[in-house]
Design a binder for this molecule. Structure first.
Ligand code: GLC
Ligand code: CA
Length: 544
């Protein structure tokens, strides 16, 4: 038989922390590294293997840390380098690896490289960024930045524009320049020496941009750059690496996550995430989720990457609304639907990512516009107002899609500010913290928290979760998400009622006999029906 030792991260579950919203330890209203250290025991109890930390490096915080001004220091807001070293050490003691967020497509405009670069065209750092000659009146082309406005910013002192795919304070780095690439690799090797267990690569599919040809994602040299990056850094360690790639299709994902490790361990691809927006429009242009399409797409990724690549499994992150509000039900069936969504995802092949608060079913918020902090949200509000959209419509889109839905403080308990801070928090706490919080979840035996804990331990106990094949059942059923996983002579089935009504269902109709329930979100079973959002995973045998 073929002897293959799976890399550790194939059975791992990753937990994402957005540091400014996790736990404040020094009473300034902002989460920090010491705060995270205080919560490591909680995470150990949940059972996760690694923490992906959104950026904690020095930054003017124009885009909450995704604008880095020193890649080798910690922002004072979060603590010190020593705190970071402590976090790495304390996490390791508990069997948890720290995954750093690497923002390599752009830096802050306050990074010393950029401060030098803008001094003159012959400054050695000038070529670290992407410039175009021109005149103030006419930018090189009509490319738009992701956070609104032109992608070109005029620099009168140079008579040049610089290119930025995100905010004006996030100038794009020029990956064509080998000196820049070398500096980046040295920086990564330095973090590896500090003991980090992996990296998440921010918008990595945008590094090979060619603005002359209006190319942002998937530039011609993309995979060449990534292979060099991987060879010069990641391949020298036993790391988990994940690239953020909004533009990934199956073929590219196979390159990114090739088993020969020539690029990354895996990528985040977002095909399922766009299913509730109008085609060819922006995420703010809402439409109902197409459930059949959701099944089709998630299933396609399961079967197509089987043995040729590796999936990341996620519903949430710091850029996405809360899944229980989005595709579940955040009122009457809050717990049932949160568990149902977890069941579908954690039953699949790949590495699951849990976003902070997902494990207690944190929900979206509806704040007045002044309470939003996210640059994207604030900008789209202004932009759409000036285009003549109705205020109510804009706010409705913001309630549904704003990134701040994910960024409200972690709800630890029912005391003031949910136990997140003793000061005024940098962004308001979700008013439902008295009902939804960690303390309450830990006390309740059938809480969402313990459901996640069980899902995580199942993945560790049963190789079928990481290795089994995948087969979608009831493809055209408008309410049921059902699939089989198979490994050797074992089979498990994952069955979920995706909606809030009772539906007819019998496992016998699938020619299956349940031999053992592994997890379920209702206490008992009812023959012949699935109750609202009912879901379970069971070991089965094919019946005759
Ligand atoms: C990624 C990050 C997002 C950030 C952007 C620019 O999409 O997840 O939060 O704003 O990149 O760095
Ligand atoms: Ca703090």
């Amino acid at each position: 038989m073929e002897q293959q030792v799976s890399p550790w991260w194939k059975r791992a579950v990753v937990y994402q922390i957005y540091p400014r919203s996790y736990q404040d330890s020094n009473g300034d209203g902002i989460g920090d590294l010491q705060g995270i250290i205080q919560r490591l025991d909680y995470l150990k109890e949940l059972g996760i293997d690694a923490i992906w930390l959104s950026p904690v490096c020095k930054s003017p915080q124009d885009d909450n840390g995704y604008d880095i001004s020193d890649y080798q220091d910690i922002d004072p807001m979060f603590g010190t380098l020593e705190d970071m070293q402590n976090l790495i050490k304390e996490a390791k003691k508990r069997g948890i690896q720290i995954i750093m967020d690497l923002v390599l497509n752009h830096s802050s405009d306050e990074h010393p490289w950029f401060l030098e670069a803008k001094k003159g065209k012959d400054n050695p750092y000038h070529d670290y960024y992407v410039w175009k000659d021109g005149s103030k009146e006419s930018p090189p082309n009509d490319m738009k930045a992701c956070f609104g406005g032109s992608a070109w910013e005029w620099m009168p002192e140079l008579n040049q524009y610089y290119f930025h795919q995100f905010s004006v304070k996030q100038p794009d780095l020029n990956w064509e320049n080998p000196k820049l690439r070398k500096e980046i690799y040295d920086m990564i090797l330095w973090w590896m020496e500090q003991g980090v267990g992996g990296f998440r690569l921010d918008v990595i599919d945008q590094i090979a941009k060619e603005p002359d040809q209006k190319i942002t994602i998937n530039g011609p040299k993309l995979h060449e750059y990534i292979r060099e990056l991987s060879r010069e850094t990641f391949q020298k360690g036993d790391l988990i690496t994940v690239g953020e790639a909004w533009g990934a299709d199956i073929e590219r994902a196979r390159l990114y996550s090739a088993p020969d490790k020539s690029e990354f361990s895996m990528v985040f691809q977002f095909e399922h995430i766009n299913l509730d927006q109008q085609p060819e429009k922006e995420k703010w242009d809402l439409k109902e989720l197409d459930f059949l399409k959701l099944k089709e797409i998630l299933s396609k990724w399961q079967t197509e990457l089987y043995q040729t690549g590796w999936n990341s499994l996620f519903w949430n992150n710091h850029d996405l609304p809360r899944i229980v509000s989005r595709w579940g039900n955040d009122s009457k069936y809050h717990d049932e639907s949160a568990k149902m969504l977890a069941t579908i995802l954690h039953g699949m092949q790949g590495t699951p990512y849990i976003y902070q608060g997902e494990e207690i079913g944190m929900t979206n918020v509806q704040f007045p516009i002044e309470e939003y902090r996210d640059i994207e949200t604030v900008n789209i509000y202004q932009e759409r107002l000036s285009k003549g959209y109705e205020k109510n419509d804009i706010m409705n889109s913001i309630y549904v899609k704003s990134r701040d839905n994910a960024r409200t403080p972690m709800q630890w308990d029912d005391t003031k500010n949910a136990g997140f801070t003793t000061a005024d928090p940098w962004i308001k706490v979700n008013p439902n913290y008295k009902e939804i919080n960690v303390k309450g979840s830990l006390k309740k035996k059938d809480s969402i928290f313990y459901y996640y804990q069980k899902l995580i331990s199942l993945r560790k106990e049963k190789p079928i979760f990481a290795e089994g094949s995948y087969e979608l059942l009831l493809k055209d059923h408008p309410d049921i998400f059902a699939y089989l996983r198979k490994l050797g002579n074992q089979t498990i089935c994952v069955i979920a009622n995706f909606h809030g009504k009772e539906i007819k269902f019998s496992i016998k109709d699938l020619k299956l006999d349940i031999t053992n329930y592994l997890i379920q979100n209702y206490e008992d079973q009812k023959e012949g029906i699935l109750r609202p959002y009912e879901a379970f995973i069971a070991e089965v045998k094919e019946s005759i």
